[in-house]
Write a protein that binds this ligand. Structure first.
Ligand code: 5GP
Length: 174
């Protein structure tokens, strides 16, 4: 049986997500935004986050694949694109975790070419010791060490996304 060590509790996550929602609401007061959750990992975070944002918003999902198991495949693939044009819109990308930063560097550049009014990045987690590229995270939940995390939407081979907290699988456990 896999052993999971808790890294960030459900209560801490909820408190931080509420703060992020308030910050986004304040920054976009008087504007309308389009929230773009990056699937699959950010679906739980995005669902909680939008309920703490009180400016008018639309949601359009974007599917990306950059990892197989715990290893980066090194290639970013759009598996499911936005359904609408983002031209002239204020975009808030919602991501689960910035690790090397390659995925978000690719996506932010890709979205910029579609002529949005602005694009900002909101990531639940960041592993700065692993990040190899310049990437601005406008709204960040937590900075973490170089560990492989699961739960709250994040998976290991598609499992554990339903955990309400963020945890770490103990070494050698599959
Ligand atoms: P990057 O391109 O920044 O190296 O990788 C970003 C993507 O890798 C994330 O969206 C996520 O899917 C995956 N990833 C990176 N670190 C972790 C981790 O610790 N746990 C899980 N479950 N996925 C991770």
């Amino acid at each position: 049986m896999p052993s999971i060590e808790s890294l960030i509790s459900a209560e801490s996550i909820q408190a931080r997500v509420a703060e992020l929602g308030r910050q986004i609401s304040a920054d976009y007061a008087g504007e309308e935004i389009t929230v773009v959750p990056v699937l699959k990992g950010s679906f739980v975070f995005a669902a909680d986050l939008v309920r703490h944002i009180d400016v008018p918003l639309a949601i359009d999902f974007l599917g990306l694949r950059s990892y197989e198991g715990t290893e980066s495949s090194g290639v970013v693939q759009i598996t499911s694109d936005l359904t609408k044009s983002i031209e002239g819109k204020h975009i808030v990308v919602v991501e689960d975790i910035v690790d090397t930063g390659l995925t978000m560097q690719y996506l932010m550049q890709n979205l910029s070419t579609r002529k949005p009014a602005s694009v900002k990045l909101c990531s639940l987690l960041h592993k700065p010791s692993r990040t190899t590229v310049e990437i601005d995270i406008d709204y960040l939940g937590f900075t973490i060490e170089d560990v492989f995390v699961i739960g709250y939407g994040l998976d290991y081979d598609q499992h554990y996304r339903n955990l309400p907290f963020l945890g770490v699988l103990t070494p050698g456990v599959s």
